[in-house]
Write a protein that binds this ligand. Sequence first.
Ligand code: PGA
Length: 248
Amino acid sequence: MRAKLIVGNWKMNGSRAGNARLLADIAAGLDSARAQCAVCVPSPYLQQCEEALSGTPIAWGAQDVSVHGFGAFTGEVCAKMLSEFACRYVIVGHSERRAYHMESSEMVAQKAKAVLAEGMTPIVCVGETLEEREAGQTAQVVGAQLDAVLELLGTADVAKIVVAYEPVWAIGTGKNATPEMAQAVHAHLRAQLKARNAEAAESVPILYGGSMKPENAKALLAQPDIDGGLIGGAALKAQDFLGIIHSA
Ligand code: PGA
């Protein structure tokens, strides 16, 4: 049995005072939670997370990383820097990065590799747009996105990643994939992992993201290949985030 993993993606939200309250409220509400959980925060708040969350069951991480190491790359943050703040996770290839920052799947693959090289876990996001879904291209699109990453990583590294299926049309829209729709894509992704490394495929968590909320989390998380959630909007309110964690 894969343990459920619930990850908050704060996106470009937060303030020192607000984060302190949110993190304290989440930590206080975790008592009986069985799921693992983490928050991926804007880089300036990583030190605050390290200070607030060390010794709690909540892990933390970043939302992006440079493909480069140290050097003349103004505005970039490299994996070694993130590892200095004891990040466990780094999201790579979120659809907002792909759409607004022109990140290709090959670049996402390089980011995943950079994260692994520093001993952290990449959360590799894949997902189709509404047009692609309506054109019947979902499997092909997410398949190509995942394949680019798997191709660059070695067989052994397959076991060290987390995959997140995030249909672009469901992100921040209040529309979520039905449990059956999501399960079908997750099963497809699992089969793809299996083709690379059958043993690892059984242990790699495949998270669902896209308007997951306390009200729909239970049904989504009950699906055999949905191992957790990558949560945007609902991760910004302790009660909602805890509601999802407790339904896992
Ligand atoms: P959402 O975002 O939960 O607000 O839809 C999910 C994500 O983009 O990771």
